[in-house]
Design a protein around this ligand. Structure first.
Ligand code: ZN
Length: 161
C-alpha cells in the first residue's frame, strides 16, 4: 500500500545539510510514525505520500519546507542561572535553556559574558537546505487505537496508559 495520511510508516533516514550528514536514524531503531499528524516536518510528510514499502529515495527541502528561515532577532541575552550547565558554555555549543514560564528549549550559544549568555533561539536547522535519504521499510494501515491516540504504536496493538 502507499503511504498516505493516517497510515503508519516505518523508515530509516540520513539527514544532511551542505553535503554533511548531521543526523541518522541508523544508530538506533527505525522511526515509526502515524503520517499526517505533524510528527515529521511538513515538507518531509508531503514528500513521503504515495511511496511504498521498500522505496529508497532522496528528499530535498528548502528552509521554508523545513525549519524556516533564520531570524536575526532570535538572539536573546539570558542570565547564566537559567542554564543547567552555565559555567561550561562556549560559543557554538547547543544547550538546553530552562524557561521562566516552564519547559525547556534547545538553543545555540552565541556569546558568553560574565553573568549572561547570548543565545540563538533559532532552530539549529533554520535557514538550511536539508536532504533526507529515506528508506521506507514498512507502510501499514493504522489500528483503531492508533487513530484514537493520534500516534503510532510500534507493535500496532499495545495498550498503554
Ligand atoms: Zn497510544
Amino acid at each position: 500500500m502507499k503511504a498516505a495520511k493516517d497510515t503508519v510508516i516505518t523508515l530509516h533516514y540520513n539527514l544532511s545539510t551542505g553535503g554533511e550528514q548531521v543526523e541518522s536514524s541508523r544508530q538506533g531503531d527505525p522511526l515509526t510514525v502515524l503520517l499526517g499528524r505533524g510528527f515529521l516536518i511538513k515538507g518531509l510528510e508531503d514528500a513521503l505520500l504515495g511511496h511504498e514499502k521498500g522505496d529508497t529515495f532522496d528528499i530535498d527541502l528548502t528552509p521554508d519546507q523545513a525549519y524556516g528561515e533564520r531570524r536575526e532577532d532570535a538572539i536573546q541575552r539570558v542570565p547564566k542561572k537559567y542554564f543547567v550547565n552555565g559555567k561550561r558554555l562556549k560559543p557554538g555549543m547547543t544547550t538546553v535553556l530552562t524557561l521562566k514560564e516552564g519547559g525547556q528549549r534547545a538553543v545555540t550559544v552565541h556569546k558568553v559574558g560574565m553573568t549572561t549568555v547570548d543565545v540563538d533561539t533559532n532552530h539549529p536547522m533554520a535557514g538550511k537546505d536539508l536532504t533526507f535519504e529515506v528508506e521506507l521499510m514498512d507502510v501499514r494501515e493504522a489500528t483503531e487505537s492508533e487513530l484514537e491516540h493520534g500516534h503510532a504504536h510500534p507493535d500496532g496493538e499495545h495498550e498503554h496508559a
